[in-house]
Design a binder for this molecule. Structure first.
Ligand code: C5P
Length: 217
């Protein structure tokens, strides 16, 4: 995946106040799993949580999109990049294949357990990739709310975007290999009626509550 998605976000304001000077903090291995359907706000929330806590971030959907790009033979790179809806549909088709999922699994697990903490957003991070994740969120919203946002973001029609989202939901929820499911220990966050700021604040509060050494807000 492109390096910019893996960059470690700088922690705000240096070390957290309230710690005894000289008290060494053990290396933190802490995984935040953020799963949910397309266009529910996972990416925005994952970037904000990673930025606030100084954790690395991985958008696992990019891995499936990268595979999909190769399978969409014939398109020039710019065209393929612009056809993001087509790539997303194709990604949910290659994501059905257990061998493809298996090939990407180990790499994702190593990313999750790196020193310094990791935030990963996708469909199966909390259920299959990292069932041991210390914090799990399931970010969702009504199909209509997701279609409205995605259509505005990409400048597409509402009806075609809604159809695209429903088709992808059906494929992601209906597949045999690591289907989209709410992990039993996940905090469910419905963003249908929330602003970006409200959704991000709720997600961050849920993650902070699970930190071994609660960092100040
Ligand atoms: O998250 P994004 O919409 O970019 O993902 C594209 C597709 O990749 C999803 O519809 C899903 O089928 C697949 N995916 C997956 N598991 C993940 C992340 C994405 O199956 N962890």
């Amino acid at each position: 995946p492109p390096a910019r998605r893996q960059r470690r976000a700088p922690a705000a304001g240096g070390g957290p106040p309230g710690r005894r000077p000289g008290a060494a903090r053990p290396p933190l291995r802490f995984t935040v799993a953020i799963d949910g359907p397309a266009a529910a706000g996972k990416g925005t929330i994952a970037r904000a949580v990673a930025g606030a806590l100084g954790f690395a971030h991985l958008d696992t959907g990019l891995l499936y999109r990268a595979v999909a790009l190769r399978t969409l033979a014939g398109a020039d790179p710019l065209e393929a990049a612009q056809a993001s809806a087509a790539v997303a549909q194709e990604a949910s088709r290659v994501a059905v294949l257990p061998d493809v999922r298996g090939a990407l699994l180990l790499w994702q697990r190593r990313f999750a357990r790196q020193e310094g903490g990791a935030v990963m957003d996708g469909r199966d991070v909390g259920t299959a990739v990292c069932p041991e994740a210390e914090a799990k969120l399931f970010v969702t919203a009504s199909p209509e709310a997701r279609a409205r946002r995605r259509a505005a973001e990409l400048g597409l029609g509402y009806q075609e975007t809604l159809a695209e989202i429903l088709a992808r939901d059906a494929r992601d929820e209906g597949r045999i290999a690591a289907p989209l499911r709410v992990a039993p220990d996940a905090v469910v966050l419905d963003t249908s009626e929330l602003s970006v700021e409200e959704a991000t604040a709720a997600a961050l509060a849920a993650v902070r509550a699970r930190l071994p050494d609660p960092r100040p807000a």
